[in-house]
Design a protein around this ligand. Structure first.
Ligand SMILES: *[C@@H]1O[C@H](CO)[C@@H](O)[C@H](O)[C@H]1NC(C)=O
Ligand SMILES: *[C@@H]1O[C@H](CO)[C@@H](O)[C@H](O)[C@H]1NC(C)=O
Length: 436
């Protein structure tokens, strides 16, 4: 329900060493059945892996874009997902879209432990395991080196997300049939994780999705792979509709030529991190400054550090004095909920009791602002209360990072531009996939 896909094992700098050590132990206990399988597969598949990644964009090619419809919503589902085909003959898998992590993985019948989808919806590895000596395995483990005592051994991966969910498995390579906007069909061979050991203790790991589509800035992400094969520009974007659904795109063809606000991305960061920014409420200063913000489509809600969170809660509490909304402590949907005189159906009914928050970026050539109106930080619970979709990041171990999640990116086209190292946004109708 409350997804937060952010930190990965190989970005362990951000996590305690303890986490890595613990996971390593776990791996040794659980790998037996796959090891046998992998041994067999690698033997029958020597040498042929991974020829597609040397591609460079030739000066006279104009890379096209790919657009995918999305399904899902902020509440009650807590995720937006895309259906992608893999293999030949192709089989469709539902992926949770995640700009907070790099590796794409799918639940995999190797066989699988901890899979949430039935075997018929799992990926079936063939003779397509990537050995640990392959350069893409180094990309996965970058800046560390993969453990590779025997060059033919499988390339292991392991990702741990900020919500304590994790996936372990091995890298495989397979075709991803894609229809480009210019009409061409492509079948690039991309590396991704065959996840045969999942653990999602928060119990609501979007049971309908078969995996995670890692859209981060790292070398292993499918975007980086498509870009190095010369197929798209290094840009992704999404438009999450508040009615559910929306669209996702790779490449820059869909970006409007005017009206987009841009702010620089921090260059030394693995995540899509922006800032410094200040927070305004109803256009007025809150005294909260120097905020760093990570944009993460793998997070359902928005998280602020404890101090910022406390301030926002106080401001909202003050605004609600003498207003017809009372605390609804019995509603456990989210930490803070309020009830009205009668059950609510839509945030629009109480929107005027709340103020618009504004993130004012001060790092660009001029200030740019991202508006977060009440409908981008409130949800209506199943019992008809209104709940605050801004959460205490310190409580989930985010320390000083702030995370802008799906709830606050609804109704805008968000553009993650790795060519120009900038993040853009523009109001858009996310229910309609634009024609170009
Ligand atoms: C479409 O774009 C791709 C690269 O993105 C290119 O390989 C292909 O030749 C293009 N097709 C047409 C019909 O222009
Ligand atoms: C946020 O979480 C931290 C860590 O659990 C806690 O110490 C702090 O009091 C919380 N802040 C608020 C305003 O609830």
């Amino acid at each position: 329900m409350n997804h937060l896909h952010l930190f990965t094992y190989y970005n362990c700098l951000l996590r305690s060493v303890v986490c890595c050590a613990r996971n390593r132990d776990k791996k040794m206990n659980l790998r037996l059945s796959l090891l046998l399988l992998i041994f067999f597969l690698v033997k029958s598949n020597q040498g042929s892996i991974f020829k597609t990644f040397s591609g460079v964009l030739s000066p006279n090619s104009y890379p096209s874009s790919v657009v995918f419809p999305l399904s899902g919503n902020v509440f009650p589902l807590g995720y937006y997902s895309v259906s992608l085909q893999i293999g030949n003959p192709p089989k469709a898998f539902q992926f949770d879209i995640d700009t907070g992590s790099d590796l794409t993985w799918v639940q995999c019948n190797a066989p699988c432990k901890g899979c949430t989808v039935p075997p018929s919806l799992q990926y079936m590895p063939k003779a397509n395991i990537i050995p640990c000596s392959d350069p893409i395995c180094s990309s996965l483990h970058w800046p560390k080196k993969p453990e590779c005592p025997n060059p033919k051994e499988q390339c292991d991966y392991e990702v741990t997300y900020a919500d304590q969910g994790s996936s372990m498995g091995a890298l495989v390579i397979d075709q991803f049939p894609l229809k480009l906007q210019n009409g061409s069909f492509l079948q690039p061979r991309l590396a991704f994780g065959c996840g045969y050991d999942q653990s999602f203790p928060s119990a609501h790991p979007s049971p309908a999705t078969a995996g995670v589509l890692g859209l981060g800035r790292g070398r292993i992400s499918v975007l980086t792979q498509l870009v190095s094969a010369g197929l798209t520009r290094n840009v992704i974007g999404h438009c999450l509709s508040s009615n559910g659904g929306g669209f996702l795109f790779f490449g820059d063809n869909l970006i409007p030529s005017t009206g987009v606000s841009w702010t620089p991305l921090m260059s030394q960061d693995n995540h899509y991190t922006t800032g410094p920014a200040e927070l305004l409420s109803n256009g007025k200063s809150t005294g909260l400054k120097d905020l760093k913000l990570i944009f993460d489509s793998g997070s359902s809600y928005t998280y602020f550090n404890s101090k910022t969170y406390q301030k926002i809660v106080n401001l909202i509490g003050n605004d609600l004095k003498d207003k017809p909304l009372k605390d609804a402590k019995e509603d456990k949907t989210l930490p803070i909920c309020w009830k009205g005189a009668k059950p609510l159906k839509s945030v629009l009914e109480v929107k005027n009791l709340f103020k618009t928050l504004t993130i004012n970026f001060m790092s660009g050539r001029r200030n740019t602002q991202l508006q977060i109106p009440p409908e981008s930080y409130l949800i209506i619970s199943k019992t008809g209360n209104v709940c605050l979709g801004i959460l205490n990041g310190s409580e989930v171990g985010l320390q000083d990072s702030n995370v802008i999640g799906d709830i606050s990116m609804q109704g805008v086209m968000m553009i993650y531009d790795n060519e120009k190292q900038q993040l853009g946004w523009v109001s858009a109708d996310c229910n309609k996939i634009p024609k170009i």
